[in-house]
Design a protein. Structure first.
Length: 128
């Protein structure tokens, strides 16, 4: 799926869910969204498990994030997976003039460079 380049902030936002291994109890899940226009990252926190309810809660958190909410206008949220949650996600986005598109490759095209830079920075700090 090819999309045109966005021309304003929040026109297209990519949602990412990244498993992060821990030493104790397996993976935790990092939630992040990245604006395609500005490359601004919205940190949505971590969760110890990945469930439908957690995913929907993180979408709700994005909608009320102060940096996200300050930009008005319609937007597209590019989601990596969970297409079976389309109705739930759409009902959260609709009051905010949003729509959802499901495309894992496109979603992670913006999120992964941010995640990689974050882990590289943490690695550098750990070595110094």
């Amino acid at each position: 799926m090819r999309m045109t380049s966005p021309s304003r902030p929040k026109e297209r936002v990519h949602f990412g869910i990244v498993p992060v291994p821990t030493q104790a109890d397996g993976d935790v899940f990092l939630f992040m969204a990245v604006g395609s226009f500005s490359k601004f990252a919205f940190g949505l926190g971590i969760a110890p498990q990945l469930s439908d309810q957690v995913v929907l809660d993180k979408v709700r958190e994005l909608m009320v994030n102060k940096d996200f909410a300050r930009h008005d206008g319609p937007f597209t949220l590019v989601f990596p997976d969970f297409e079976y949650l389309r109705l739930g996600i759409a009902s959260i986005l609709e009051p905010h003039k949003g729509q959802v598109v499901f495309n894992e490759e496109l979603a992670f095209s913006e999120v992964m460079p941010v995640i990689e830079a974050m882990f590289e920075d943490m690695d550098k700090k750990a070595r110094s």
